[in-house]
Design a protein around this ligand. Structure first.
Ligand code: SF4
Ligand code: SF4
Length: 463
């Protein structure tokens, strides 16, 4: 294994010399995908597919390949997408060389900021309907690109080094990739660790401000490989580890309570984002809101809102009103909160089971437990936000696509339980707390599995 790791370190360091070119190619590809099809034929007929219509091809490439592909890749290589390919992070870093060097405000550094950014952008993507409307996707990407560049210009490094403030503190995709990269096989670690808590350093080599010798977790590491020194005795090296091992030994890898909010809230939000168009609950909720607005003469709710916030498409025959905006966002938030409350309950009882043998606070113990639901949470987000991938599968292989989804669910469930078992074994709990811990783990896993089933069979809520 050591030889393999040494070889991998060398290969990645060699490849890292070409990242500028990879990023440039991706920038051109993304611009081409978003802009060129807008000047070509508009899809209007059922016989048009991604293979004979450029707009449908772009939507497919973005939502069936890029988004789920990036999310799945973290299981193998962590956030390599961020370090090697992402044009957004790269542009933000390039312009940071010219930056105004403004001091980072405290709210921006708060670990909850990235989780909030994911929640806001996920809802915004739904109210814009980016998966079905390329114009809307261009608006979303355009605004996010402008924010990333603005962030780079505002917060350049004081030492004139490139900085990725956007990637570390604000990127909505980075927040998902960060949490789930803890499950990934590829890790960068310090050969001579300093010990102590994981640090934050603004003037070091790492573009995401990791204090290298104290690095313990994968979440902020974009695998840019700048710190990897295969030949030297110090510095950083690459390790290939078991999938999920960081989560199974989370206590040694800087657990963060704000990531827990993400694990609790994001699956419900992603699943609601997938099911709302076909959910009778959503229809009833929208009608109730509409009646209420009419009864209270809130006629503004029936007017269309700004096109950067909600969908307005003649081709789709869709013009969202404020009522739609409020109904979609409140439906998604309610589902997310309902799921989160249940998962918080599981984490609370899981934390209780460690009470006698762990000296940490209740919040610290809840954090340790909450991470144990990460694999199934990831599947929920993948199915909820990667719908297009599974719709494409359906086109290719027909109804047996459901069997693939169910197999995925069984694998994720089994892996989650297996990983949680590895985590629980370290504590050697007596029988009663062990039972309580297992009931909490299984209840959390079952809830996430049921939620995932909702995306596989969205019509099962039909009454
Ligand atoms: S954090 Fe976001 S912007 Fe930065 S490299 Fe990753 S995906 Fe791109
Ligand atoms: S820890 Fe190393 S590989 Fe990871 S982001 Fe920082 S410099 Fe890049």
């Amino acid at each position: 294994m050591r030889v393999l790791q040494a070889k991998l370190s060398q290969k990645f360091v060699q490849l890292a010399r070409y990242t500028r070119y990879f990023q440039l190619v991706m920038l051109v590809a993304l611009a081409a995908l978003l802009i060129v099809p807008l000047f070509l034929t508009v899809p209007q007929y059922a016989w048009q597919t991604p293979w004979n219509n450029a707009q449908l091809f772009s939507e497919w490439a973005l939502w069936a390949i890029w988004y789920p592909g990036t999310l799945l890749s973290v299981l193998l290589v962590g956030r390599l997408w961020c370090g090697f390919f992402c044009p957004l992070g790269a542009t933000s870093e390039w312009v940071s060389h010219l930056g105004a060097h403004v001091r980072l405000p405290r709210w921006l550094k708060h670990p909850m900021t990235t989780a909030c950014s994911f929640l806001i952008v996920t809802i915004w993507a739904q109210t814009l309907d980016v998966r079905d409307d390329l114009h809307a996707a261009l608006v979303l990407f355009g605004i996010i690109f402008a924010l990333a560049i603005g962030c780079g210009l505002l917060f350049g490094s004081e030492k004139g080094r490139g900085r990725r403030v956007w990637c570390r503190h604000l990127c909505p995709i980075g927040s998902v990739l960060g949490v789930f990269s803890r499950l990934g096989r590829l890790n960068v670690f310090a050969k001579q660790p300093s010990g102590g808590a994981e640090g934050y350093r603004d003037d070091g080599m790492c573009p995401t401000n990791i204090e290298l010798r104290s690095k313990q977790s994968s979440r902020h590491c974009i695998k840019c490989m700048r710190c990897v020194k295969p030949q030297s005795r110090g510095g950083m090296a690459i390790e290939v580890r078991e999938v999920g091992s960081e989560v199974a030994h989370i206590e040694q890898h800087a657990p963060c309570f704000s990531e827990l909010w993400f694990i609790w809230l994001a699956p419900g939000l992603a699943i609601a984002g997938f099911v709302w168009p076909s959910s009778p609950w959503f229809v009833s909720w929208r009608q109730a809101l509409g009646h209420w607005a009419l009864a209270h003469h809130w006629l503004w709710a029936l007017r269309p809102g700004p096109s950067w916030l909600m969908n307005e498409s003649d081709v789709l025959g869709q013009h969202y009103m404020w009522l739609d905006f409020i109904a979609i966002s409140s439906f998604m938030c309610s589902v997310a909160v309902l799921f989160a409350l249940f998962l918080i309950g599981c984490s609370y009882f899981g934390a209780k089971s460690l009470e006698k043998i762990h000296s940490g606070t209740l919040i610290e113990r809840m954090s340790l437990f909450g991470y144990q639901l990460a694999p199934l949470a990831m599947l929920g987000i993948l199915l909820g936000l990667g719908t297009a991938l599974f719709s494409s599968l359906k086109v290719v292989i027909g109804p047996s696509e459901i069997i693939i989804l169910l197999i995925l669910l069984v694998i994720a469930f089994s892996f989650n339980v297996f990983n949680a078992n590895g985590w629980l074994k370290q504590y050697q709990l007596p029988v009663r707390p062990l039972l309580l811990a297992w009931v909490s783990v299984l209840a959390g896993c079952l809830l996430l599995a049921v939620a995932t089933m909702w995306t596989i069979f969205p019509s099962f809520t039909m009454s």
